[in-house]
Design a protein around this ligand. Structure first.
Ligand code: SF4
Length: 363
C-alpha cells in the first residue's frame, strides 16, 4: 500500500538502527527519549523497535494516550450522567470499558443505561436531532487532534438549533505537559518524539520552547517503524552535535504552522483551563473547556448530577506509567489481575494505552 509499505521496509529500519549505533559508538551515557503519543507507543511495541536500539538509547512512554490521562472523576461523571432518565451518552469506543471509581459505561449499559458508540461527533449531533425529547451527551476526550471535530459538532448543533446536544469536555493540549515533564530531573529527558497527528493541528513551532528553554531536541515523527527509527536517529544526531532544535520527520503531513482552520475552531469554541491529568495532577492551562458563548452545550454546566466520591484503583501504576517513571512490567497486576478482558486501569483498556501495547506485543 502506497505511503505505508515503504515506511515498514525492514531494510530501511535496520539501516537506521545501524546509523544510530554508529552515532553513539563509544559513548558511556544513556540518552532518554520520550514519545508523547499513544500511537507511537503502540508502534514501538508492535515492531519491537526498542530491541533494535543500542544500550545508549532508551525510549520511554509519556502521557500520550487521551483516554489514559482522563482521570476517574471524569468517568464517574459520565457514569452518573448515563444513569439519568432521558439521557443518551455517546462516545468513542475506548471510553466504554474504562473503569471509573466503582463502575464503567459498559457495566451501566448492561444494566439498561443508554450508552452509544459513535464514530464521529457529528453522529452524536444526528442522534440528538433524531431524539428531540432526550438529552444527548457526547464525551469530549482527546488532544488537539480530536478537539476541533468536537468543537465543529457544537457549531453544527447550534446551526441546527438543537437544544438537546451537550459535550462533557475533557480535552487536553499537548505542549504544556511536555514542559512539566521537561522540568522533572528524575526523568532526565534528552529528547522528545513529538506527536504526529497533534502536530498537524498545532504545528511544529509549538515545541520551540523545549530546545530554547530546556535544551531538549524535538522531532515531529510519524507512526510507522521507519518514521520512528528516523525520528530517533534525528534526536540522537542532535544530542551528539549538541545542537538542540525542532525538526520535522513527518514532513509528508506536519507543517511548522499547523492547521489554521482547526485552530480557529478551537479558539472559537473552547477556552483554556487548569485540567486534571491522571498521574500528573492539575496542570495550569493544559485543558480546553467550552467557552462561555457556547455554555448551553456544556454538559457539566447544563446537566446537574450527583457524582460519587472518586476512588483510585488499588495497586494500579497508570499514573507513574503516564509520567514515564515505570513500565507496565513493573506493575504487579500486569497480565494477571489486569488484562484487556478485565482491565484494572485505563492504560490496559485504550488501544493507545502502554499496558495494552505491552500486553499485546510483549517486551
Ligand atoms: Fe494499571 Fe493494569 Fe497497567 Fe497495572 S497493568 S498499571 S493495573 S492498567
Amino acid at each position: 500500500m502506497n505511503y505505508q509499505d515503504e515506511f515498514r521496509d525492514r531494510a530501511l529500519v535496520q539501516g537506521y538502527a545501524q546509523r544510530i549505533a554508529r552515532l553513539v559508538e563509544g559513548r558511556t551515557d544513556v540518552m532518554t527519549f520520550m514519545e508523547v503519543c499513544g500511537t507511537h507507543t503502540m508502534s514501538i511495541y508492535q515492531y519491537g523497535l526498542r530491541s533494535l536500539l543500542p544500550p545508549q538509547v532508551r525510549l520511554i512512554s509519556g502521557p500520550g494516550c487521551p483516554v489514559c490521562v482522563t482521570p476517574n472523576e471524569y468517568l464517574d461523571r459520565a457514569v452518573a450522567l448515563c444513569r439519568l432518565p432521558g439521557v443518551i451518552v455517546a462516545t468513542f469506543g475506548d471510553m466504554v470499558r474504562v473503569p471509573g471509581s466503582s463502575s464503567s459505561l459498559q457495566e451501566e449499559r448492561a444494566m439498561g443505561a443508554d450508552v452509544r458508540i459513535v464514530y464521529s461527533p457529528l453522529d452524536a449531533v444526528a442522534l440528538a436531532a433524531a431524539n428531540p425529547d432526550r438529552k444527548v451527551v457526547f464525551l469530549g476526550v482527546g488532544f488537539e487532534t480530536t478537539a476541533p471535530a468536537i468543537g465543529g459538532s457544537i457549531l453544527a448543533a447550534r446551526k441546527q438549533g438543537l437544544a438537546n446536544y451537550f459535550v462533557l469536555a475533557a480535552h487536553k493540549t499537548m505542549p504544556i505537559p511536555m514542559r512539566v515533564l521537561a522540568n522533572d530531573p528524575e526523568l532526565g529527558i534528552d529528547g522528545y518524539l513529538c506527536p504526529a497527528h497533534v502536530s498537524t493541528i498545532i504545528g511544529a513551532d509549538a515545541y520551540r520552547f523545549l530546545p530554547e528553554e530546556f535544551g531538549i531536541p524535538c522531532v515531529v515523527t510519524g507512526f510507522e517503524p521507519v518514521d520512528v527509527m528516523q525520528g530517533v536517529e534525528m534526536l540522537v544526531r542532535q544530542v551528539v552535535e549538541g545542537k538542540p532544535r525542532v525538526e520535522i520527520q513527518y514532513s509528508r503531513v506536519a507543517t511548522w504552522e499547523g492547521n489554521r482552520k482547526a485552530l480557529d475552531v478551537l479558539a472559537q469554541v473552547f477556552t483554556p483551563f487548569d485540567a486534571p491529568w491522571r498521574g500528573i495532577g492539575i496542570i495550569p492551562g493544559s485543558g480546553l473547556r467550552i467557552a462561555d458563548a457556547y455554555a448551553a452545550f456544556d454538559a457539566e454546566r447544563e446537566i446537574a448530577v450527583e457524582v460519587e466520591e472518586t476512588k483510585e484503583h488499588q495497586g494500579c501504576l497508570c499514573g507513574e506509567i503516564l509520567k514515564g517513571k515505570v513500565t507496565p512490567f513493573d506493575c504487579p497486576l500486569f497480565a494477571n489481575a489486569c488484562t484487556p478482558e478485565s482491565p484494572v486501569g485505563a492504560c490496559m483498556v485504550s488501544s493507545e494505552g502502554t499496558c495494552a501495547a505491552a500486553y499485546k506485543y510483549g517486551q
